[in-house]
Design a binder for this molecule. Structure first.
Ligand code: KG4
Ligand code: ZN
Length: 333
C-alpha cells in the first residue's frame, strides 16, 4: 500500500510517500523559514500563504521522485493539529480534495504523535515506551502502553525549542535558535554560567521561561555582547536545558518501569541531547529511539507512518475532518 502524508502545521509544506510501513519513496519539504527570518519568528499569515502556493508543486515533486502516479495512492494522511490554523487548513483542504478525487480513505494525524512515529519507519514499535517530545511549540513526556497514551509531564510555560529561539534572539543570533546555539555551544565554556534548575509541583513537568529571563539579565549586565560571551552562554544554556530534559526522561522511564525511550520533534536534532540520551541509555540498560536527522524536523513521511498505524487500527476520517490548532495527544491507534 502507498500512503501519502501531508504536513502543513507550521512553516514547512511537506509531502512524503511511504510504501508499506517501512519504505520511504520520497519526502519533499519546502520551508518558508527564509521568509520569516527578518521578523525573528514564524509569521502565521506568511506561513499559510507559503503552504498555499507550494502544496501542489510539493505533491507533484513527491510523486515524481517516488516514481508513483496519483492512482497508485491507497491512503491519504494529513496533519490536522496541533499547529497554526491557517497553515493546517491548507493541508486538510488539500488532503480532503485528494481523497475525494481518488476515492481513497483519509485519516487525520496528530503532529506530535507523528514526530514519535518517525522512529518506527523500518522498525516495529516497542509495546511499552516513554516518549520525549521536544519541538518549537511543545515539550512533554508521555507514557505509551496497552495502545493508550498518557501525558505524564509537560512544560508549564515555554517549549524547549522556543527557549532556544528566544535565547538566540537575546544573543542576536537570528532565527531559528536551536541549530546555531547547538553549534556555538561546542566552542564555549559550559561552566561559565550556572542556571538554577526550576522546581515544579509535578516532578516530570518542565519550565523554561526562568532560564530565558536569566539569560536576558546576563546580557543586560554585559556592556558588550562579545563572541566569547555568546559561546559561553550557549554552552552553559545547552548544558542546563539538555541536562533537565535527559534527567526527567530517565526518571519517567525508571518510575514507570519502561525500557524503551522514544524521542521526537525538532529539538531531537540537538547533538548534545542525542549524545547524552544514548550514553546514559547504554550505561543504564535502556534503549533510546531517535529519528535520523532528516526526520527530526516537520516532514510528510512521518505523517504517513502515523496515518498508516491509525488506518490499520480501523479508523477513517471523512469530509468532516477539521483542522484543530489545539489538538491534544490521545494516543491509541
Ligand atoms: O518540530 P519542529 O521542526 O517544529 C515544530 O513542530 O515546532 O521544531 C522546531 C524547533 C525550533 O524551536 C528549533 O529552534 C528547534 O526545533 N531545533 C533545535 C535544533 N534544531 C532545531 N533545537 C536545539 N538544537 C537543535 N540542533
Ligand atoms: Zn514539529
Amino acid at each position: 500500500m502507498i500512503t501519502v502524508g501531508i504536513e502543513t502545521s507550521c512553516d514547512e509544506t511537506s509531502c512524503g510517500i511511504l510504501e508499506g510501513r517501512d519504505r520511504i519513496l520520497s519526502n519533499i519539504v519546502s520551508s518558508s523559514l527564509f521568509r520569516h527570518k527578518p521578523f525573528g519568528g514564524v509569521v502565521p499569515e506568511i506561513a499559510s500563504r507559503h503552504s498555499l502556493e507550494q502544496i501542489d508543486f510539493v505533491m507533484k515533486q513527491a510523486l515524481e521522485k517516488a516514481g508513483v502516479r496519483l492512482g497508485d495512492i491507497g491512503l491519504v494522511a494529513v496533519t490536522n493539529g496541533p499547529g497554526l490554523i491557517g497553515s493546517l487548513f491548507v493541508g486538510v483542504c488539500f488532503a480532503k480534495a485528494l481523497s475525494y478525487q481518488l476515492k481513497k480513505p483519509l485519516v487525520g494525524v496528530n503532529h506530535l504523535e507523528a514526530h514519535l512515529a518517525a522512529n518506527f519507519i523500518g522498525a516495529e514499535p516497542p509495546e511499552r515506551y516513554a516518549g520525549l517530545l521536544v519541538s518549537g511549540g511543545h515539550t512533554l513526556i508521555s507514557l505509551h502502553e496497552d495502545g493508550q497514551t498518557r501525558i505524564i509531564g509537560e512544560t508549564v510555560d515555554d517549549a524547549c525549542g522556543e527557549a532556544y529561539d528566544k535565547v538566540a534572539k537575546i544573543l542576536g543570533l537570528g532565527f531559528p535558535g536551536g541549530p546555531v546555539i547547538d553549534r556555538l555551544a561546542l566552542q564555549g565554556d559550559e561552566k561559565a554560567f550556572r542556571f538554577t534548575k526550576p522546581r515544579q509541583a509535578s516532578p516530570l513537568d518542565f519550565s523554561f521561561s526562568g532560564i530565558k529571563t536569566a539569560v536576558l539579565y546576563l546580557a543586560k549586565k554585559q556592556r558588550r555582547v562579545t563572541p566569547r560571551f555568546r559561546r559561553d552562554v550557549a554552552a552553559s544554556f545547552q548544558t542546563a536545558v539538555i541536562g533537565w530534559l535527559v534527567d526527567k526522561t530517565f526518571e519517567a522511564a525508571q518510575s514507570h518501569k519502561v525500557r524503551d525511550i522514544v524521542v521526537g520533534g525538532g529539538v531531537s536534532a540537538n547533538s548534545r541531547l542525542r549524545q547524552e540520551l544514548q550514553s546514559r541509555a547504554s550505561g543504564e540498560g535502556f534503549k533510546v529511539w531517535i529519528p535520523p536527522l532528516p526526520l527530526t524536523g516537520d516532514n510528510g513521511v512521518m505523517i504517513a507512518r502515523r496515518g498508516l498505524e491509525i488506518f490499520e487500527a480501523g479508523h477513517r476520517d471523512g469530509s468532516a475532518l477539521a483542522a484543530d490548532p489545539n489538538l491534544t495527544i490521545k494516543g491509541g491507534a
